[in-house]
Ligand binder design. Structure first.
Ligand code: FMN
Length: 364
């Protein structure tokens, strides 16, 4: 069924289709009976969270997550669709990337489908409404969604970044501003230094920049009553030595976890022809072509960090088997994005059904 809808939707501009589809879903979820129908239809099978033995804040938080299948940053940049995404069964949704000041992002068109490769290229450039406006939406969301004391929870992560015009030397101030504004209303944070569409942002993945950003964030975090896990999202294009640098920094910057990985600049092994790629131009590639690269990176990091360190797997997850491959490589949870576009609204239900079957506790 979704295949037919998808072929119609794919006739139109991807960014317009994104807002159009989410607009329809929002209207439907606003009507009680449709909300219940959608929730029931897409309700995922319960999947036991994969434990990672650690006393970290992240371990405490994610063990209560209702479902290990989450939605990656960039889909709901402005926290406008949390109710709808919860109805579709996501266990956690990462809003953002949020910057201190609202910005329009790059010129359109800036999102492209590579249908033959089951991929997307985007150069959105952190278009978002800014931390203050997003805070107002999160406040309203939280008023209506007070988490049950002991029950499984739908979690909201805050993916934070810097404004385009902020120099890299001053970037830590932008991360701190976003942290201070959003911290009462998100469950965890992700420091995004890995999007390829903000000039020089990826240079912040070097040791000194990470030290600075995490030192100020940890200081602020330790002052608040309920500190939040702060994770880091890295690019799949890092050299092995750079990944080793990040791993070596984990204890020093008290890193609670890694999201592996963001979009790639690599264009090798694509079915889409060079002329089309040249026409599209710059941007981060996501979807199937990223799948193995991110899985290998997860495996490498997991082997070096061990079971007590949280890895959230991201990159080319379309099916339950794709998700299982990330879990087998060492991720405790996974996020989808491009797979959601290609597989449709049943993606969480389908992945969860597979994971529940594969990870059924063995009978004594
Ligand atoms: C259109 C688009 C916008 C994105 N925006 C962000 C963003 O703002 N911040 C971020 O950390 N990642 C962003 N991402 C990256 C995704 O969160 C995800 O890490 C990446 O697409 C790989 O997963 P996938 O292959 O399942 O899409 C974006 C991805 C896409 C396709």
């Amino acid at each position: 069924m979704y295949r037919i809808i998808r072929s119609l939707l794919f006739l139109f501009d991807p960014e317009k289709v994104h807002y159009f589809s989410m607009g329809i879903l929002k209207s439907l979820c606003g009507v009680g009976i449709f909300n219940r129908m959608i929730t029931n239809w897409f309700r995922p099978v319960s999947v036991p969270a994969k434990p990672f033995p650690s006393a970290s804040l992240a371990a405490q938080l994610f063990k209560n997550c209702s479902n290990p299948v989450g939605l990656g940053a960039g889909f709901d940049k402005n926290a406008k669709y949390l109710r709808e995404l919860k109805c579709l069964g996501f266990g956690f949704v990462e809003i953002g990337t949020v910057t201190p000041i609202a910005q329009d992002g790059n010129d359109k068109p800036r999102l492209f489908r590579l249908k033959k490769d089951f991929a997307l290229i985007n150069r959105m450039g952190f278009n978002n409404d800014g931390a203050d406006a997003i805070l107002e939406r999160l406040k309203k969301w939280k008023e209506k969604n007070i988490p049950k004391h002991n029950g499984a929870r739908f979690l909201v992560g805050g993916n934070i970044g810097k404004n385009k015009n902020t120099a890299n030397e001053e970037a830590w101030k932008d991360y701190l501003t976003c942290f201070e504004i959003l911290h009462p209303y998100v469950d965890y944070f992700v420091v995004n230094v890995s999007s390829p569409n903000t000039p020089a942002l990826r240079a912040l993945q070097d040791k000194e920049s990470l030290r600075k950003i995490f030192t100020v964030l940890n200081e602020a975090n330790n002052k608040i009553q309920k500190p939040k896990p702060i994770l880091l999202k890295i690019a799949p294009d890092l050299e092995k030595s750079q990944v080793d640098d990040v791993i070596a920094l984990i204890p020093e910057i008290e890193l609670e976890g890694l999201i592996v990985a963001n979009t790639t600049l690599d264009r090798s092994n694509l079915i889409t022809g060079i002329n089309e790629l040249n026409k599209i131009g710059a941007g981060g590639l996501s979807g199937k072509p990223l799948q193995d690269k991110s899985t290998q990176m997860i495996r490498y990091i997991h082997e070096k960090t061990g079971n007590g360190f949280l890895i959230i797997g991201s990159g080319g997850i379309f099916t339950g088997a794709d998700a299982q491959a990330k879990l087998d490589a060492g991720a405790a949870l996974i996020q989808v994005w491009t797979g959601f576009v290609y597989e449709g609204p049943a993606i969480v239900k389908n992945i969860s059904a597979y994971l529940a079957k594969r990870n059924k506790p063995k009978e004594a």
